[in-house]
Write a new protein. Structure first.
Length: 151
């Protein structure tokens, strides 16, 4: 082999190695942004639940208002989580938002089942749909806003 052929082979191997590290770093970035978005979304969810709990203590709402407060809390938390994840990546907002919304929906389902003693209802299904939708909207909004980290 000549020196030119050896250098071409070395260059090809370097190109394939950089593709692997780029894919690995993208998957790590994707995973970390989902984890960060889940943490932010859960924190916002619990903050809104706490605020609505204070409102319930002060004003004594009707029984019909309580599920609405819970759904608003879940939707706001999911939006914040999807937005944060989309902001971290800066692209593919719908995908990152929906993936971030899945663990939030699971958390809400577990909390709902634990509080109702295994009673699954249509309200839970609607809440999960709203959570996934709002997480997607948050991810899309983050990617299309000026706050997204462009790479």
């Amino acid at each position: 082999m000549t020196a030119i052929t050896k250098s071409k082979n070395r260059l090809r191997s370097l190109k394939t190695n950089t593709k692997k590290t780029t894919t690995e770093s993208e998957s790590k970035l994707f995973t970390m942004s989902v984890i960060k978005g889940f943490a932010v979304g859960t924190a916002v969810l619990f903050i809104f639940i706490s605020l609505f709990a204070l409102l319930m203590l002060k004003y004594d709402p009707t029984e019909k208002a309580i599920p609405i407060m819970a759904i608003v809390s879940c939707a706001t938390g999911a939006f914040a989580g999807g937005f944060w994840s989309g902001r971290c990546i800066g692209k593919k907002g719908m995908l990152i938002g929906s993936v971030t919304g899945i663990p939030i929906a699971v958390l809400i389902s577990v909390m709902s089942i634990a509080s109702r003693e295994s009673e699954l209802g249509s309200l839970l299904a609607v809440t999960i749909f709203i959570v996934l939708f709002m997480a997607c909207v948050g991810g899309i909004g983050a990617v299309n806003s000026k706050f997204a980290k462009r790479k």
